[in-house]
Design a protein around this ligand. Structure first.
Ligand code: IFM
Length: 451
């Protein structure tokens, strides 16, 4: 078969990457598992949110998703066939600790135990994320992330998961994209639980970070050697050199990046951001020491970068479109922003980094055999891998790259309308077909290994 865009694979897009670079693919529990009522799982905030009229495109939900819960062994074979080193997945909190309190649910936990065993026997390292947005509904009913107690519940849950998987899983990520949990979930209301209160969102920021720190301490005391958190970030560039535009970019960067990384790495919130937000964070004595428990790796999720100008309200930076090509999400394609971001994170925070998500939704067209010639996705991923190599050449310590996503899945408020997979999923039949990008990714990994 002639694969359009194959020329991208022959260029050495991996130049600059270390020889032992880790290649992977990523997913998350609610987006692929389905089986929402199986084996004692209780409802998460996403189950509830999906039932709110108008909240999710087409009123879709994760009830079935990719039915991964029932197809896991075949999915692991498919992952292994891609030649990746690692698979990043998340654990569903309401599956392993129904209701978010109390003992481990052995039947739910067994699913992840079997998944880890399958991965290891296929030669793929498991990379766990403990929280990818599916808070048990009962904890939301008790206040959700704006409530301090949720942070303690999260640390308890982390220890429970460790009791089942700690003997076989080397790398533990606490949270995925706390910005999304706090800002999309509690301020903008476009993600579960759908609240719209800026003060609650700011409380959520602090309690997510506190939950991360408490879980990090617990996991460290249980002997976890490689510990991290994943943040979604991009570059915030001022539109012009005017003071208003520079200030707009500073504010966006403060609320998007520094409000997380400064306490995580430096043990303090940035003073300018505290001033910008105009509400006080619920910081108790000792919280910042807990939050700044040393990390081994920073997970970076990168999709795009934005340019800002100051508007009438200085508190609300305005995004200025740059007339660049966009993905099906409408996100501008800015690979150079990934290089700049990684170099900046290296300079300001000095942590080893792994790209825990990068990829793109495009309007895929499948042939009668289900094959998708997604040259646009190949080009997106190739240009971003190249951008990582450039950052490494400039001194950033980047150790791995996980393509988002292994397969098409439930894209939150967009339902199934947006496809990020390098593998196509036919939601009628649950058939998986490797797209051109999956073939290309496998070949690129081989090439990087000199095979
Ligand atoms: O699908 C999401 C994922 O769950 C978190 N990061 C961004 C992806 C694309 O929107």
């Amino acid at each position: 078969m002639t694969i359009v865009g194959q020329e991208a694979a022959s260029a050495d897009v991996t130049a600059g990457l270390p020889a032992d670079f880790c290649w992977g693919v990523a997913t998350s529990a609610y987006q692929i598992e389905g089986a929402v009522d199986a084996d004692g799982r209780t409802q998460s905030i996403w189950d509830t949110f999906c039932r709110v009229p108008g909240a999710v495109f087409n009123s879709e939900n994760g009830d079935v998703a990719c039915d991964h819960y029932h197809r896991m062994p075949a999915d692991v074979s498919m992952i292994a066939g891609l030649g990746v080193d690692a698979y990043r997945f998340s654990v569903s909190w309401p599956r392993v600790q129904p209701g978010g309190r109390g003992p481990l649910n052995r039947r739910g936990a067994d699913f992840y135990s079997r998944l880890v065993d399958e991965l290891l026997s296929a030669g793929v390292q498991p990379w766990i994320t403990l929280y990818h947005w599916d808070l048990p509904q009962e904890l939301e009913d008790s206040g959700g992330w704006p409530a301090r107690d949720t942070a303690y519940r999260f640390a308890e849950y982390a220890s429970l998961v460790h009791s089942v998987l700690g003997d076989r899983v080397p790398t533990w990520t606490t949270l995925n994209e706390p910005w999304c949990s706090a800002m999309l979930g509690y301020h903008q209301g476009v993600h579960a639980p759908g609240r719209r209160d800026f003060g609650d969102a700011m409380k959520a920021v602090h309690h997510l970070l506190l939950g991360h720190g408490l879980a990090a301490q617990a996991l460290r005391s249980l002997g976890v050697g490689e510990l991290g958190i994943t943040l979604n970030m991009g570059c915030a560039t001022p539109f012009s050199s005017s003071a208003a535009d520079i200030d707009a970019a500073r504010r966006a960067d403060g609320l998007g990046t520094r409000i997380y990384l400064d306490p995580l790495v430096h043990g303090r919130y940035p003073a300018d951001v505290l001033e910008d937000i105009g509400v006080s964070l619920p910081v108790a004595e000792g919280d910042l020491e807990i939050i700044s428990t040393p990390l081994d790796v920073l997970g970076v999720n990168y999709y795009s970068s934005l340019t800002f100008r100051g508007g009438d309200d200085p508190a609300s930076p305005v995004v200025v479109p740059q007339s660049l090509p966009v993905t099906a999400m409408g996100w501008e394609i800015v690979p150079s922003g990934l290089t700049d971001l990684l170099v900046r994170l290296h300079n300001d925070y000095g942590l080893p980094m792994v790209i825990t998500e990068n990829g793109a939704a495009f309007d895929d067209v499948a042939g009668s055999d289900g094959f998708v010639a997604d040259a646009d996705r190949v080009s997106y991923i190739a240009s971003h891998i190249e951008a990582v190599g450039k950052a490494c050449s400039l001194g950033a310590d980047v150790r791995g790259y996980f393509a988002w996503s292994l397969m098409d899945n439930f894209e939150w408020a967009y339902g199934y309308a947006k496809r990020f997979g390098i593998v196509r999923v036919d939601y009628e039949t649950q058939e998986r077909v490797l797209k051109q990008s999956a073939h290309w990714y496998r070949d690129t990994i081989h090439q990087h290994r000199g095979l």
